[in-house]
Design a protein around this ligand. Structure first.
Ligand code: PEP
Length: 253
């Protein structure tokens, strides 16, 4: 039985005061949600105050990106150990905005995934097709390529410590959510890729989140699908009521 994970990607939003306030308001209501893991991912500079704000609660904190090297002359970058040092437990990797705006490749995502796992952070590895790829019937091929490239050299033991997020690029921040059947189809494909690469037992343990315009009103139908193990939430994670509403929908299925 996979516990649902509801993760909020705050992207480059909030300031120190509003980040702490949002984290505290989510933490204050975390008790309303049972059987679901809650994660918030603020901008890196606010990780430490947010970790302090949720200290002693069930809310976990993650980063939105990291660099694969442990230290050295990499101006402006942040290592996995630094994220751990300030209390982050998770890190989102290969988000579509990083792939498509900042030019990250599957190789980059793979290096980061291996470094995060080595530092005992939980990577949330994102994959997802562009609208033109879906329209050209290439979704399965794109997902296979990103899965294979991003998870190269990830061992049987390691894959059980990571999370995969399916985020169709056309659904991110657009208000256009994938239908529950569209999401389930790709999630089932990802589960099959895990079986093919590892085995049934291991594949059954890996959580696969859906991301792309999830809100409280559409979360229930998505989260009810057998291979949808949670949500990676952008815009709606900036509002406590919406975020908790998604988590409550996850708890209800
Ligand atoms: C995201 O940033 O991962 C995301 C899914 O954004 P939104 O929920 O706003 O579509």
């Amino acid at each position: 039985m996979r516990r649902k994970l509801i993760a909020g990607n705050w992207k480059m939003n909030t300031d120190r005061v509003t980040a702490v306030a949002l984290a505290k308001s989510v933490a204050a209501r975390a008790g309303e949600v049972s059987g679901v893991d809650l994660l918030v991912c603020p901008p890196n500079v606010y990780l430490y105050p947010v970790v302090q704000a949720v200290n002693g609660t069930a809310v976990r904190v993650g980063a939105q990106n990291m660099y694969h090297e442990p230290n050295g002359a990499f101006t402006g970058e942040t290592s996995a150990a630094m994220l751990r040092d300030v209390g982050a437990k998770f890190v989102i990797l290969g988000h579509s905005e990083r792939r498509h705006i900042l030019g990250e490749s599957d190789d980059d995502v793979n290096r980061k995934t291996l470094a995060a796992l080595a530092a005992e952070l939980v990577p949330i590895v994102c994959v997802g097709e562009l609208l033109e790829e879906r329209e050209a019937g290439r979704t399965a091929e794109v997902i296979r390529r990103q899965f294979t490239g991003s998870l190269a050299d990830v061992s049987e033991e390691q894959v059980q410590r990571l999370v995969i997020a399916y985020e169709p690029v056309w659904a991110i921040g657009t208000g256009k959510v994938a239908t529950p059947d569209q999401a389930e189809e790709v999630h089932a494909d990802l589960r099959s890729l895990l079986v093919e690469r590892y085995n049934e037992k291991i594949a059954g343990r890996v959580r696969i989140l859906y991301g792309g315009s999830v809100k409280a009103s559409n979360a229930g139908d998505l989260l009810a699908k057998p291979n949808v193990d949670g949500a990676l939430v952008g815009g709606a994670s900036l509002k406590t009521d919406e975020f908790l509403g998604i988590a409550l929908a996850g708890a209800a299925v």
